[in-house]
Design a binder for this molecule. Structure first.
Ligand SMILES: [Zn+2]
Length: 523
């Protein structure tokens, strides 16, 4: 299938993205825009190529509210993991980590990440970075929050310290420049270095800059478990200091002892929304979160990088002997899955729980994990099932919660690393869950116009004349994901076509064509 300047998709079941009941109709596309949405059988003028989408739902393109594709889009612009689940736009720069602004104080650190993917760091500010992404021409549209960790490091490095007035001023200037260049807001990741060294007042100062632009504050809160309620209060306080727009990243109640806190979290968010704050959240439809396997080590290792941990364990028998009993007595190994190791002899164990994997090697859970961390600690990853399935459903069903993969766009081959399965299957799961309870129209709204309004993506997220021709066309009875921890890079079923800016980005033959753009806020 080839596209021309003008196309009409005929006989679809149209979802407007705003929650209106789906209705039969045709969609006319002209260049990068939707030209008209009309009843079926409307006469087609000459010059239009006709594509039948009979029986398929035609939705505005899905928007991934929480991505980490800042570098992977440059390394592999096809973004297969995203486009193959119907995503046409993703928001990166989350959890405090963006790749702008760059100064002498954070350049080396950011360069290290770039070098891992063979990307020359040849930009310094948001404008330069956005131009670089536009030149790479990804398959999906993208917008980038300005990360607080990057900002703080740009102004004052990575050390633990309070910032003097000059440092705060430097940060506010850099943030203002990023927002002016078109970033939709500020993100924080208050468990990471150096963001976690920031107190409330530093963040309040930055949020006051957001007010000038009516820009968003998106936060990976200081706690998602034991300190969840206090962390939420901090986020609400900061929303009041800022524009009133607050996006809570990957909202969850971590660890079973905190599962009972969800009702109070909902109550506080409800009150804040009633007060006029525009509080929203995103969530991935999975109960395992994936991170370095090294987080199972005792607290003394918290401040070390994975490479340092591996060095230390591999060079000292005494160290290993001291750690082993700690690992052996850790409860609930069955909730931890081994999701990545580069050790070839363990590759067949990926996706298994630690006791299952250990059992196949004849080791105890503790010795197995210690072996992996000693020989592959900088690479090994695990999935931790500390989340409640019931709470996940309740969160996803709230009308102010959109879908965020919390993943980088990666190719099917594992050349850019192995993803959490949510990198290939978040939207099918999320959509099907919401659809089964609240219907297709609401499910589509939550993955289209809702995130478009949260991140102020002008002209996206709706099926309406004048909007960008970003479309996700799917068979509603067959749309489902197939990814799991054993084979996370699997495409979903039932996706028929994906259009980005009027170009058929993914058609039935499975070839990806790249037509994405950076969405700058002033656009
Ligand atoms: Zn995060």
């Amino acid at each position: 299938m080839r596209d021309t300047e003008r196309t009409v998709l005929t006989d679809g079941i149209l979802c407007d993205g705003k929650g209106g009941e789906p209705f039969p109709g045709d969609v006319f596309l002209c260049r990068d825009r939707i030209e008209a949405v009309v009843p079926p059988g409307t006469k087609v003028r000459a010059g239009y190529r006709t594509v039948s989408v009979r029986g398929c739902a035609v939705c505005p393109g899905f928007i991934d509210a929480h991505a980490h594709s800042d570098l992977t889009l440059l390394a592999d612009p096809k973004a297969e993991g995203k486009i193959f689940q119907g995503i046409t736009t993703e928001i990166s720069g989350n959890c405090g980590q963006s790749f702008f602004p760059v100064t002498e104080l954070n350049r080396e650190h950011l360069e290290r990440d770039c070098r891992n993917l063979d990307i020359p760091l040849d930009w310094s500010d948001a404008s330069g970075y956005f131009e670089r992404v536009d030149r790479a021409r990804p398959s999906v549209n993208c917008a980038f929050l300005c990360g607080h960790n990057t900002l703080r490091a740009a102004a004052a490095g990575y050390e633990e310290k309070n910032l003097p007035e000059s440092g705060l001023q430097k940060m506010t200037e850099l943030l203002r420049a990023s927002l002016r260049a078109g970033s939709p807001g500020l993100s924080s990741g208050l468990i990471y270095v150096p963001g976690r060294f920031a107190g409330r007042e530093e963040l309040a100062r930055l949020c006051s800059v957001l007010r000038e632009f009516d820009a968003l504050y998106a936060t990976h809160m200081r706690s998602e478990g034991d300190g969840l309620e206090e962390a939420l209060e901090e986020a609400l306080y900061l929303a009041r200091c800022g524009s009133g727009r607050l996006e809570i990243s990957h909202l969850k109640t971590a660890q079973p002892r905190n599962w009972g806190k969800l009702e109070s979290v909902f109550r506080r968010i409800g009150e804040a929304r009633a007060e006029g704050l525009r509080v929203t959240a995103d969530r991935y439809p999975w109960v395992h979160s994936q991170t370095s396997l090294s987080i199972v080590l005792p607290g003394a290792y918290d401040s070390l990088t994975d490479a340092e941990i591996q060095r230390r364990l591999s060079s000292s028998d005494t160290e290993r002997a001291a750690v082993l009993p700690e690992l052996e007595k850790r409860p609930h190994w069955e909730r931890v899955l081994l999701t990545f190791t580069s050790l070839p002899e363990y590759r067949t164990l990926l996706g298994l729980s630690i006791p299952e994997a250990a059992g196949r090697t004849g080791m105890s859970s503790g010795s197995f994990v210690l072996d992996v961390l000693t020989r592959d600690g900088a690479r090994a990853r695990g999935a931790f099932g500390g989340l409640s399935p019931e709470n996940m459903e309740k969160i996803i069903l709230r009308d102010w919660v959109c879908c965020g993969t919390d993943e980088s766009a990666r190719p099917f081959d594992e050349s850019l690393g192995r993803s959490h399965p949510r990198g290939f299957d978040s939207f099918p799961r999320f959509l099907n869950l919401v659809r089964s309870r609240l219907g297709l129209a609401e499910a589509v709204r939550k993955v289209t116009s809702l995130p478009a309004s949260v991140f102020r993506l002008k002209g996206r997220g709706v099926l309406a004349p004048g909007a960008f021709a970003d479309l996700t066309v799917l068979d509603p009875d067959r749309f489902r994901g197939t990814a799991d921890f054993a084979s996370p890079h699997s495409p979903c079923e039932g996706l028929r076509q994906v259009w980005v800016n009027g170009i058929l980005a993914l058609g039935p033959e499975g070839t990806v064509r790249c037509a994405g753009r950076v969405c700058r806020h002033a656009d």
